[in-house]
Design a protein around this ligand. Structure first.
Ligand code: KG4
Ligand code: ZN
Length: 339
């Protein structure tokens, strides 16, 4: 690369985090600012799209200027602006994309649109500078539950996906039923006790046949089982339900990834997305000597813009038309086709 330094500003507003970051040459994070909105959505136990969008528009200007300030860079040092334009809440995505377009116009910078899921998968390269393909990518978040084989940038093969709810969604709904605070994942994880995982035998859905080659997931049945259990057992113990639920939800992911690792011979596993912060998931993978599991730092697991600016470095030569970028609820690359 002849020692050239490329600094990219990344913007992420796909859900309920407003984030901006400056990343140098695809992996050196100069700044990464994340504004969460938990306090706004907490009382609804889920993200309210209109409120998320309004909050993004209130803080985005500040978050972007703060990311440049903390990186100690001026606009003339920024090579291009990367922004997530899919998948996500369209009303939220549009705030980030509009900000990117306005700034690009003003400062005469190209815009690079980025897929949020691909950015999550890329996170590991921000942390392990010498990391190499191929690996098995596992995206577990509030919106997705996905196993894929990553062979290179823009070279992914989908192995399995959820057929209904995402695992993070199951966490959030279960926590709500148990009266635990939003977001549900960390709340359940906090009271998880490994001694209680077999208190209630919640179904490990889609894991019936250990030898089948089905790598898909389903989480709506697990959520219903929790609901039925707490309706039938009024004096249930919250810790027992939470721990047994967490075991059922996570064990399925662990077993399916392990099976695919054995099948494909790929033993490097990269886990990303909010649920990758889960302590039980981390423990199961770390203890398994047949797989080499890589977890991004907690601050990089949840939505952030460093992953966006980092990934965009590899797409900087493919900018086509600055102002035609639109927003989409669904991912194009990781669209799952049911068999
Ligand atoms: O990736 P993310 O920040 O946002 C998207 O969905 O894109 O993931 C948020 C999800 C929420 O459902 C939250 O409950 C879950 O990640 N989560 C966790 C943990 N921390 C966050 N789930 C289980 N255990 C955790 N420690
Ligand atoms: Zn995400």
């Amino acid at each position: 690369m002849g020692g050239s330094i490329i600094k990219i500003l990344g913007i992420e507003t796909s859900c309920d985090e407003t984030a901006a970051a400056v990343v140098e040459n695809g992996n050196n994070i100069l700044s990464s600012i994340i504004a969460t909105q938990f306090e706004i959505h907490e009382k609804y136990h889920g993200v309210v799209p209109e409120l998320a969008s309004r909050r993004h528009s209130e803080v985005i200007g500040y978050i972007i200027s703060e990311s440049l300030k903390r990186a100690n860079v001026y606009w003339d040092e920024i090579d291009s602006i990367a922004v997530v334009n899919r998948p996500g809440l369209v009303g939220s995505l549009i705030i980030g994309v509009a900000a990117a377009k306005g700034l690009a116009f003003n400062f005469k910078k190209p815009i690079i649109s980025v897929d949020h899921l691909e950015a999550h998968l890329y996170t590991i390269f921000l942390q392990e500078k010498k990391f190499e393909f191929p690996y098995i990518g596992v995206i577990v978040s509030g919106g997705h539950t996905l196993i894929l084989e990553a062979q290179g940038i823009n070279n992914y093969k989908i192995i399995g996906s959820t057929l209904d709810d995402a695992v993070g969604e199951a966490y959030d709904k279960t926590a709500k039923m148990l009266g635990l605070p939003y977001p549900g994942g960390p709340s359940v994880d906090k009271i998880f006790d490994a001694k209680l995982i077999n208190d209630i035998d919640f179904p490990k859905i889609m894991l019936k046949n250990e030898h089948s080659d089905d790598f898909n997931f389903s989480y709506s049945g697990l959520k219903t089982s929790v609901l039925n259990y707490i309706r039938k057992n009024k004096d249930y113990r919250v810790e027992s339900v939470a721990s047994s639920f967490q075991h059922a939800a996570i064990w399925v992911i662990y077993k399916k990834v392990k099976k695919y690792s054995e099948k494909s011979g790929i033993n490097k596993i990269v886990l990303a997305g909010g649920v990758a912060a889960n302590s039980y998931l981390r423990k199961l993978f770390k203890e398994d000597e047949c797989m080499q599991a890589f977890f991004p730092d907690i601050s990089l697991c949840t939505d952030n813009a460093a992953m966006v600016a980092g990934l965009a470095y590899h797409y900087r030569d493919s900018v086509i038309n600055n102002y035609d970028i639109d927003v989409y609820a669904k991912s194009e690359k990781f669209r799952f086709l049911k068999k």
